[in-house]
Design a protein around this ligand. Structure first.
Ligand code: MN
Length: 356
């Protein structure tokens, strides 16, 4: 595996490439052209400039998170082919720039959903948290207002104001889309892009829906083992793979994370590894990465990745806000650096134990 950190670009991120380079064992970053909008073809010059900036800092651009999918593709409207063509152009250019992993998601309307961005924990750190009760009590427009008010001035990925301004319209677009329709539209999209992925050896890595169930009555399909295996089989190409995000699949306590990892052998192209602490099945917060701070056994997760021969990029995920850092919620430097170091420690121990 290759340890990486997500980086939003020098225009948007409070964390610098120099700081990332100084985290022991972190050799690459996962980034994106944060200023682009879903549906547009990325410019080659922009891709190369991003790559060069990262390489000049002594790091490698290991993959893209994310190239977002236009709603027309998810809904399956007649103009979707135009946006798929643009997506293919972007993939082609990424392949020509020697970038071979692309994370994306297929979540309608909302990206990841949390109801608190700064819940205070007993140690004084703040974390992102979710309660189903809070979602049930809110309507979608209020949801956006409460999220943006709490974001330390940052624009959260998937919660861009221009998108949220159209929220009623977006809900209207999805009104006839159920799980089956969404699967169908995903299949159509994947079948269109697989030839370019084959040509440039690009691993597509779908990120799970977060939380892993329907919110506000919208369909959600990338939520459990049965659905993800269905997706792998429906377009049975090794380039059709997944981002295994423990914190997202883990939102549903019925998901057995190590078992899911083992069932996806050869199809996990990217891993997000973080912990959650459940206070009840419908109330969780994003704890430190350490097993004892949360609900998941992180050793078992790393062991499962080792057992399937995982060689792709991995990154710590949302961190707590600690040591008075001010940053985009979940994306400060300090706690993610601690997470990377901890995961590297687990990995070293697992490798050495197996080589004995
Ligand atoms: Mn994730």
């Amino acid at each position: 595996m290759q340890m990486t950190l997500r980086w939003y670009g020098s225009q948007y991120d409070t964390v610098t490439l120099k700081q990332i380079r100084q985290i022991p064992g972190v050799t690459g970053v996962i980034s994106t052209l944060y200023g682009t909008t879903p549906g547009e073809a990325w410019e080659m010059n922009d891709i190369l400039a991003l790559k060069k900036e990262i390489e000049d800092a002594g790091l490698k651009l290991v993959g893209i998170e994310s190239v977002n999918i236009h709603d027309a593709i998810k809904v399956g409207t007649p103009d979707r082919d135009k946006y798929i063509d643009n997506y293919i152009t972007t993939l082609e250019r990424l392949g020509q720039a020697d970038i071979h992993m692309v994370c994306y998601n297929f979540m309608p309307v909302f990206d990841w959903t949390r109801t608190e961005l700064a819940r205070v924990r007993p140690d004084g750190s703040t974390v992102l948290a979710y309660t189903q009760e809070a979602v049930d009590a809110l309507n979608p427009e209020d949801m956006f207002a409460s999220i943006s008010a709490d974001a330390n001035g940052a624009i959260l990925p998937g919660w861009e104001p221009e998108r949220m301004a159209r929220i009623k319209e977006l809900f209207e677009m999805y009104k006839d889309v159920d799980d089956e329709k969404l699967f169908e539209n995903l299949k159509y999209f994947l079948e269109c892009i697989m030839p370019v992925c084959d040509k440039y050896d690009i691993n597509m890595a779908i990120h799970p829906d977060d939380p892993a169930w329907s919110v506000f009555g919208l369909p959600r399909i990338i939520i459990n083992k049965a659905n993800i295996l269905r997706m792998m089989k429906m377009v049975d190409n090794p380039h059709n793979g997944v981002t295994f995000c423990s914190g997202s699949y883990g939102t549903n306590l019925e998901n057995d994370l190590p078992d899911m990892i083992r069932s996806l052998k050869g199809r996990i192209h990217f891993a997000h590894v973080r912990n959650l602490k459940f206070n009840s099945p419908t109330d969780f917060e994003e704890s430190a990465h350490l097993s004892s701070d949360g609900t998941f056994d992180m050793y078992e997760i790393m062991l499962a990745l080792y057992d399937i021969g995982f060689t792709g990029p991995i990154r710590p995920d949302h961190g707590r806000m600690i040591w008075d850092e001010v940053a985009m919620p979940g994306y400060g430097l300090y706690d993610r650096a601690l997470g990377a170091t901890y995961l590297n420690g687990l990995w070293e121990a697992i490798v050495k134990q197996h080589n004995k």
